[in-house]
Design a protein around this ligand. Structure first.
Ligand code: PLP
Length: 213
């Protein structure tokens, strides 16, 4: 796990660029999350609903939980009462369900739309046309606030390729004046992501150490 000094230095660096760190704590024990919490950190990201529920139950209530995984419509109801930001919204069906659960939870839910930018088949996300369509229909989801976009670049050593994928997403992001969060960048590519306009990075292994499961 990252030292206290290195963590502070990372946060300071990100702050300088106005970038928020989401510490991705999937598969990490409660104790590791508590350590960063004790240093004052509040933004944590989880990929699995069940794991998030267990952790949320055991950790302080003022943590801002980000859901960064692929969310199934039938699981929205479990996280709707407390989730801070849902990063991976990739269908109108899911958006509709989030709106419904937001009403039940008596709150507005904040989300990011996930756009497909990599050339890998395994990654989820909307294409440009689907994004446009959703943005034309936001009136259908009055209890959802779309804060911006999320994307994952190709897992590649080719800097120019990764950079151009981030740049492509930033261009789409800039089309919508109401957007204020661009969630791009992980442990391996967050510096490039910030150079290409990221405002929120999702970093796991660099702060918690390698995931062993
Ligand atoms: C796991 C994960 C991360 C963090 O990955 P690291 O390489 O460990 O920093 C970021 N975003 C998503 C969507 C993830 O699933």
């Amino acid at each position: 796990m990252i030292s206290k000094e290195n963590f502070s230095a990372l946060i300071q660096d990100l702050d300088k660029d106005g970038v928020t760190l989401v510490a991705v704590s999937k598969i990490q024990p409660i104790s590791s999350i508590q350590k960063l919490y004790d240093l004052g950190h509040r933004h944590f990201g989880e990929n699995y609903v069940q794991e998030l529920l267990e952790k949320q139950d055991k950790l302080p209530a003022d943590i801002h939980w980000h859901f960064i995984g692929h969310l199934q419509s039938n699981k929205v109801k479990y996280i709707a009462p407390f989730v801070h930001l849902i990063h991976g919204v990739d269908s109108e069906k899911l958006l509709k369900e989030i709106n419904k659960q937001a009403i039940k939870a008596n709150r507005t839910l904040e989300v990011l739309l996930q756009v497909f930018i990599a050339d890998e088949e395994t990654k989820f996300g909307l294409d440009e046309e689907e994004l446009n369509q959703i943005m034309e229909n936001t009136h259908l989801y009055p209890h959802v606030k779309i804060r911006g976009l999320m994307g994952m670049a190709s897992f590649s050593d080719d800097e120019e390729k990764v950079r151009s994928e981030f740049r492509q997403l930033k261009k789409l992001f800039d089309r919508y004046e109401q957007f204020d969060i661009l969630s791009t960048g992980m442990s391996g590519d967050y510096k490039l992501a910030i150079e290409e306009g990221s405002t929120m990075v999702r970093i796991g292994s660099l702060v918690f150490g390698r995931r062993t499961l």
